[in-house]
Design a protein around this ligand. Sequence first.
Ligand code: EPU
Length: 301
Amino acid sequence: MRINDKTVARLRELGAEVRQGVSMADQTSLGIGGTTDEILLARYESIPEAMRVLADEHIPHKFLGGGTNVLIADGELPWVMLHLPKATPGMRVDGNCAYVDASADLGGMVTFCAKHDLGGMEGLIGVPGSVGGALRMNAGAYGTQIGPHVKEVELYRAATGKIETLRGNEIRFDYRHTSFAPEDVMLRVKLELPSKPFKEILAGIKVCNEKRRSSQPLNQKSAGCIFKNPAGGSAGRMIDELGLKGHRVGDAMVSDRHANFFVNAGHATCSDMLKLIEDVRERVRAANGVELENEVIVWRN
Ligand code: EPU
């Protein structure tokens, strides 16, 4: 979607940078996605005004975090993409609390806290993406989830058009799901973490890295797990048991390493990936009577 000149000028007055015709395939870990104009915001404080500008001009928009858990439509996208200001480094520690910008890298946050002898998040070390994305999805791995560590979240609330702060106990963190409204934008988080010696944290991090390397296709383009695990089951095992590793639609392929990772093995399109997702969902439904739910976020046009 093209942003008209008048809107570009208004956004520039807010310090934002506007880039035209950007390919989302270059901004997502799947390497899939069409083109649109994007807006790089300069300051968190300018977000309410930037959102008013877009509303005035009836310009649909979405915020992109790390781009690691999203499948974006092909072709010209009917919305513009927004990016939070870059975190430089966007994190500090005070006692047992870490204050982190949503645009910071999740793994970077885990190691930063570790260097300050704050642990509890070792399991999240290899989860790619931004802190904001991890918050929204309540990212988790190896028994760790980000939610239980959250003391406060500063966010832009679409319902009020304002920047507000929520306490951790006002937010529900479930398995890969939170009570934030879809249009809310995570800005900063305050985490409370247990004290732990750096060396101990490092040992935990190494164990998680090893497990991940041995079971996941880390050197291929993917968005992590495609489906949530059904209650009491494993989506990866179910797909594997159906012999679907290597099964493909065009260049969208079920990883031959971990069957719940679908990879872009070349020039996969969103349409290929969606067909593969529906095909696998249907086969698992037929064989196991289980309806797998997407873990990956899909943005269709
Ligand atoms: N399995 C197979 N075949 C496969 C894949 C897995 O038989 O192709 C079996 C494994 O042997 C194991 C079981 O299925 O017995 C579970 O597999 P794994 O330990 O790899 O964990 P998972 O449930 O598939 C979850 C998360 C991952 C997270 C890992 C580690 C979900 C959907 N996935 O995977 O998160 O990294 O645990 O904690 O909850 C993600 O969110 O994108 C993601 C990858």
